[in-house]
Design a protein around this ligand. Structure first.
Ligand SMILES: Cc1cc2nc3c(=O)[nH]c(=O)nc-3n(C[C@H](O)[C@H](O)[C@H](O)COP(=O)(O)OP(=O)(O)OC[C@H]3O[C@@H](n4cnc5c(N)ncnc54)[C@H](O)[C@@H]3O)c2cc1C
Length: 442
């Protein structure tokens, strides 16, 4: 029998964004009924460790959750997992679930996240073609790794002395593809990394960084194949070979594809809520329909600086925009000052990126990366001469200042040599605008 319920706050999506919103709402409103609906069987968790510590087996499932098990009950948040919201009636302010229930709301947050883009080529539905977005995917990948290590293709290990087993082809040279290639290598598998573009991390890094990373991965025995696409996957029921666009054939035990994500915006169907690739929201996470908010990976937020919407599909942004939406839903005011920021780990490399790659016109590089000292900073400069993005490898100590250079859209004109100089302290730059450019740091 289906039920109808009414709540003050309805949060759709069981991820980090919804859990951040729940915290923010409760910090203002101790009483209003909150219901959180998530289609996965578990309470919200952090996804970033899935491609690293979780796959390596060095972090337990329990450590991934955003909140301890009783937090939702203690804060009177009605958590429903394993249920999917299937329809939104924006006029009646009501959401239907796949179990037949209906929930009406005063304020709604859509925080449905994103889903991996799937390969669309012959053989892509064969068994053992994997994607990684959730714990279920992580468990299946674990199983594929174990199988390949036991029964997979034999190969000579890097030293040439030990015969190992298990070969994987990773498709995609972005953040996730590179992390997966490193983790799977660390687990003793032979890894091919197939990349459509001319260098790795092309979406957010310059050519020098991308090429350095290729050499770095190759030194760690990953076979990087650039400028090449997978044309088809072949095998007897399960994938056994990847056929490349240049005709090469790579034998493997399984494939992992990391070719990007698509925001989950199905709930917009039949509603007047504005959406393009993602759900469009203003600087307060409000959609075009009153009392309906969206945040996290499913949303694109209006950016006053560029006059455009920008997607904030990272861990930091899930917390920041979820919190922002929660504050506004509870009637509090909060200004979003965040800039895009993400991190990654690849063997011993620690990557941090602040800002927006899509505004970058050219790069200024500080430091010459080598495998022994892979420290560098790459400044992404916009056409107007101001810093749009900073990418840092192994530069943990100056994070605050690097972030400030992006936040202030620091004017590099006249400062190029100092930016290239590894001895130069950025604090000094921020304090002294170059002569002839008043307000160089504004
Ligand atoms: C393997 C991996 C590694 C990552 N590494 C990093 C990293 O190093 N750094 C970084 O900054 N970011 C990283 N990210 C990205 C980061 O995890 C996301 O930005 C963050 O999870 C977004 O949170 P979210 O709550 O908006 O969406 P999600 O985490 O996707 O959560 C949305 C939830 O809503 C559910 N849902 C969808 N539709 C419905 C519906 N109709 N009804 C009910 N539930 C629904 C989904 O199943 C999902 O559980 C990584 C992501 C992955 C997958």
């Amino acid at each position: 029998m289906s039920h109808h319920q009414h709540v003050k706050y309805l949060l759709i999506g069981g991820g980090l964004t919804s859990s951040s919103a729940a915290h923010a709402i409760r910090s203002h409103d101790r009483e209003g009924a909150i219901q959180l609906i998530g289609q996965e069987p578990t309470r919200p968790y952090h996804r970033a460790p899935l491609s690293r510590a979780f796959l390596r087996g060095s972090v337990s499932r329990e450590k991934l959750f955003t909140d301890y098990v009783d937090w939702f009950r203690e804060n009177r948040i009605d958590l429903h997992t394993g249920v999917r919201a299937v329809q939104l009636d924006a006029r009646r302010k009501c959401v239907s679930l796949d179990n037949g229930d209906e929930i009406s709301f005063e304020k709604l947050l859509i925080a449905t996240g994103a889903s991996p883009k799937h390969l669309s080529l012959p053989g892509s539905s064969l068994a053992n073609v994997h994607y990684l977005r959730n714990l279920g995917d992580g468990d299946r990948l674990h199983h594929a790794i174990e199988q390949a290590r036991k029964e997979g293709r034999p190969f000579q290990s890097s030293s040439g002395s030990i015969a190992s087993r298990g070969a994987v082809t990773v498709i995609g040279g972005g953040l996730l593809g590179v992390e997966l290639a490193a983790t799977l290598t660390g687990l003793g598998l032979a890894v091919h990394l197939v990349v459509a573009g001319p260098y790795l991390w092309k979406k957010f890094a310059g050519e020098s960084v991308g090429k350095f990373l290729t050499r770095y991965l190759e030194q760690h025995h990953i076979k990087v194949i650039l400028n090449t696409e997978a044309k088809s996957l072949e095998g007897d029921g399960r994938v056994q070979r990847v056929v490349l666009s240049d005709g090469r054939i790579i034998p493997c035990d399984f494939v992992v594809a990391a070719i990007g994500v698509l925001p989950n915006k199905d709930l917009l169907r039949g509603t007047p809520i504005s959406g393009e690739r993602a759900i469009l929201v203003d600087e307060h996470c409000r959609t075009s329909v009153p009392d309906i908010y969206a945040a996290g990976d499913c949303a694109a937020m209006f950016d006053r600086l560029s006059g455009k919407h920008r997607q904030l599909d990272q861990w930091d942004s899930a917390i920041a925009t979820g919190t922002l939406a929660g504050h506004h839903m509870a009637g509090a005011k909060m200004i979003f000052k965040g800039i895009s920021h993400f991190t990654s780990e690849v063997f011993d490399l620690r990557l941090s990126v602040w800002g927006e790659a899509r505004h970058v016109d050219h790069h200024i590089l500080r430091g010459l990366p080598t495998s022994e000292t892979p420290d560098l900073i790459e400044f992404g400069v916009a056409a107007d001469g101001r810093i749009a993005q900073v990418l840092a490898l192994n530069h943990g100590t100056q994070d605050e200042t690097l972030q400030e250079l992006v936040r202030q859209r620091f004017n590099v004109i006249g400062n190029e040599d100092q930016l290239r100089d590894p001895q130069m302290k950025f604090d000094a730059l921020l304090q002294s605008p170059p002569s002839g450019t008043p307000g160089g740091g504004d």
